[in-house]
Design a binder for this molecule. Structure first.
Ligand code: NAD
Length: 359
């Protein structure tokens, strides 16, 4: 099998934590080119990886003949122009979430990728938690029965520190909504299907973070109705003091159906809670081993911290979809669906009205 050549655009936090280690596990993939707008970050990445084709200009990198696939891990406002340039050059694209700055922009990206016949993937990384993959399987099998309610809660303690581009509207689009809630909007679509309408609220507590202006929200909440008739409540905060951060903080989803309820917590990667209607309460289900990784993934789920390493299956999914000429899961269309909810939430928070979600 020929080796797939990758370029990475954006060599900051998530590239170092996730994309590089994920690709390193895949023997049939090789990173051949790197791009970062910041020369010092690019030089550090060059030294760390030994990849010597580097540029601060993404156009030069995505147009290279020796690059077949591009990973975009830059601030949100750059996703669309970089993805569209890569697609125009005929490259497969894995782009970070939130996919774009608006639903319209995200849909343009998905349509351009479909038209060009390239693979496209949105990095909704938490879909790869084994417990979430197993829950999605149980839902598909019909175990919850008719879904009544979806509930998600993401609580972190980020205090008042400077979040860089994440606290600047023209660079990030939205704050907590796109940053953290976008993953949980995607879970909702995965488990319950498309949202129909919603009412939302956004709250900014700190107009200054770490001495710099913050013009985005620290907290977001959505009350939703799904097309299936199910209801949803989604909340996400950077200001849940004492809750810690990342996978050491709360990330929970609960699904109540006519037959069963299920509770997923990212921190409990190999367990779910479930209870049946009229039963004595929730019991623990252990995730079967065949769900500990994506089938075919080269990752050994017993190696490393499982709360970190599940993310590496994302690179495998992208590569496997390219190899087998099948759609990536999740695709740009999933990213665009989440973005439509984000647009509706912003509009609802501004107008204090229920808003229909454009699907
Ligand atoms: N999937 C996840 O779980 C997850 C987790 C963290 C971040 N993210 C997403 O990943 C993206 C990057 O986040 P991060 O935390 O790595 O940010 P970061 O600030 O650590 O890194 C971004 C890098 O992009 C570079 N950059 C900016 N503009 C550029 C351009 N035009 N061309 C090339 N490089 C450019 C910056 O210099 C920086 O090094 C964001 O969209 C974020 O939402 C996703």
């Amino acid at each position: 099998m020929s080796t797939l050549h990758f370029a990475i655009v954006g060599c900051g936090g998530i590239t170092l934590q996730n994309h590089l280690p994920g690709l390193a596990l895949c023997r049939e993939a090789r990173v051949v080119a790197l791009c970062d707008a910041d020369a010092a970050t690019l030089e550090r990445a060059r030294q760390q990886t030994g990849v010597n084709i580097v540029s601060t200009n993404y156009e030069k990198i995505v147009q290279r003949d020796d690059v077949q696939a591009v990973i975009i891990a830059t601030p949100n406002f750059t996703h669309a122009p970089i993805a569209l340039a890569a697609i125009a050059a005929g490259k497969h694209v894995l782009c970070e979430k939130p996919l774009a700055m608006s639903g319209a922009e995200a849909r343009r990206m998905a349509e351009a990728a479909d038209k060009a016949g390239v693979r496209h993937m949105t990095a909704f990384t938490y879909r790869f938690v084994p417990a979430m993959r197993y829950l999605a399987h149980l839902v598909k099998r019909g175990d919850p029965g008719q879904p009544y309610h979806y509930r998600s809660c993401r609580l972190q303690d980020w205090g008042t520190r400077n979040l860089g581009w994440r606290q600047v509207k023209k660079l990030a689009g939205t704050g907590e909504l796109g940053d953290m809630l976008s993953h949980r909007i995607d879970f909702a679509h995965l488990l319950v299907g498309p949202m129909k309408r919603l009412v939302a609220n956004l709250k900014q507590w700190h107009p200054v973070r770490g001495g710099a202006p913050n013009d985005l929200e620290d907290w977001a909440a959505i009350l939703a109705e799904f097309q299936s008739g199910a209801t949803g409540v989604l909340e996400s905060s950077k200001l849940a003091s004492g809750r810690n951060e990342s996978w050491r903080s709360l990330d929970s989803v609960e699904l109540n159906g006519s037959e069963r309820s299920f509770v997923f917590i990212t921190g409990e990667w190999n367990k779910l809670q479930s209870g049946k209607v009229g039963g004595p309460g929730l019991e623990t289900i252990t995730i079967p081993q065949e769900f500990w990784k994506v089938p075919g993934s080269p990752r050994d789920p017993r190696q490393g911290d499982p709360l970190v390493t599940f993310r590496y299956d994302q690179a495998f999914e992208f590569i496997d979809a390219i190899r087998n000429r099948r759609p990536c899961v999740p695709s740009f269309h999933d990213g665009a669906r989440a973005q439509a909810v984000t647009d509706a939430a912003v509009k609802s928070a501004e107008t204090k009205q229920w808003v229909e979600v454009r699907q």
